[in-house]
Design a protein around this ligand. Structure first.
Ligand SMILES: [Zn+2]
Length: 256
C-alpha cells in the first residue's frame, strides 16, 4: 500500500523523495487522521494496489528518514503519476475537512464510497466539488498575451485565466475573462488540454484563441502588468508544473 499523508498543504515523503510504501504506515496514524482508502479504477492503469489517504494535525519533524514537502514542489520530485495521485488525495483531504456536516440538515456526513459521503440523517449524497477554471493562450501574429496578476507569488508572467461561472460555457468563459482582464475580443477559441489543479480543488481547462479586436487595457484590480510579447523577448515564465507553461512552450515550439 502507498501512503499519501498530508499536513497543511505539505505531503509526507521519504528522505529520498518517494511516496512511503509498505505493509504499514511510515508513522503511527490516529484513527481520526485516516481519511479514505482508494483503489485503482483508471482504465489507463497507472498505479497498482490501494492507497491510504491521511491528514495529520501536526507535521512530522523528528524523523530523518521522512520529510514534509509542499505539494506544488513535489511535482519536481515525484514521478508524474505519483504527483497526479497526490493531487487527487489532497483534494479528498480538502473535501473531507470541508464536509463534516450536511448542508441540508446539519447531520453528520460519513464516507459512502471511497470518494463520496452521505448524510447519516437525511441521506444526502455529496461528492467533491471542482472549481473549474479556464486558461487561455491568446496570440496575435507572432506575439503572445501574457499577464502578471497581483496574486502571483513571484515575478513570472502567465496567461489570462479565471473561474467558470454558473450557467456559462467554457468558450463563453474564455471570451468573458479575456474581455474583463484585458478589454480585448478573441476568436477561434479552441480546446488545448486540461489539468487537475489541487490548490485546493480545481480543474484547469486550457484553450488557445486568436486576437480579434480591441486595445489592450489591463484590469488593474487583478493584474499588475501585462502585454504582447515576442518569442525573443519573453518575460519570466510560469513554473513547469502548470498548464500555462505547457501552453506557452507549445507556442514557442511552433514555427511561424
Ligand atoms: Zn442531511
Amino acid at each position: 500500500m502507498k501512503y499519501f499523508i498530508f499536513c497543511q498543504g505539505d505531503i509526507l515523503l521519504t528522505s529520498e523523495g518517494a511516496v512511503p510504501f509498505g505493509d504499514c504506515p511510515p508513522i503511527e496514524l490516529k484513527p481520526w487522521e485516516k481519511v479514505t482508502v482508494l483503489k485503482n479504477s483508471s482504465p489507463r492503469g497507472g498505479w497498482e494496489g490501494a492507497v491510504l489517504v491521511a491528514s495529520l494535525s501536526a507535521p512530522v519533524t523528528n524523523r530523518p528518514d521522512l520529510q514534509m514537502v509542499p505539494l506544488r514542489k513535489s511535482f519536481h520530485i515525484l514521478p508524474a503519476e505519483d504527483y497526479q495521485l497526490a493531487g487527487k488525495c489532497a483534494e479528498l483531504v480538502y473535501f473531507h475537512q470541508n464536509s463534516k456536516f450536511c448542508g441540508v440538515c446539519g447531520g453528520e456526513m460519513r464516507w459512502q464510497t471511497e470518494i463520496s459521503k452521505q448524510c447519516r440523517e437525511c441521506g444526502k449524497e455529496l461528492w467533491p466539488s471542482l472549481a473549474t477554471a479556464i486558461i487561455v493562450r491568446v496570440t496575435k501574429g507572432d506575439e503572445i498575451l501574457m499577464v502578471h496578476a497581483h496574486t502571483f507569488r513571484d515575478r513570472h508572467y502567465g496567461l489570462v485565466a479565471g473561474f467558470v461561472e454558473t450557467g456559462e460555457t467554457l468558450e463563453e468563459c474564455v471570451e468573458r475573462e479575456v474581455w474583463e482582464e484585458t478589454h480585448l475580443r478573441v476568436t477561434n477559441v479552441r480546446y488545448f488540454a486540461s489539468q487537475p489543479w489541487p490548490y485546493p480543488s480545481g480543474l484547469m481547462v486550457g484553450f488557445t484563441a486568436d486576437y480579434l479586436s480591441g486595445e489592450l487595457q489591463l484590469q488593474k484590480a487583478e493584474l499588475s502588468d501585462g502585454g504582447w510579447y515576442k518569442k525573443d523577448n519573453l518575460p519570466f515564465l510560469p513554473d513547469t508544473s502548470s498548464i500555462a507553461y505547457r501552453l506557452i512552450q507549445d507556442w514557442i515550439s511552433q514555427e511561424q
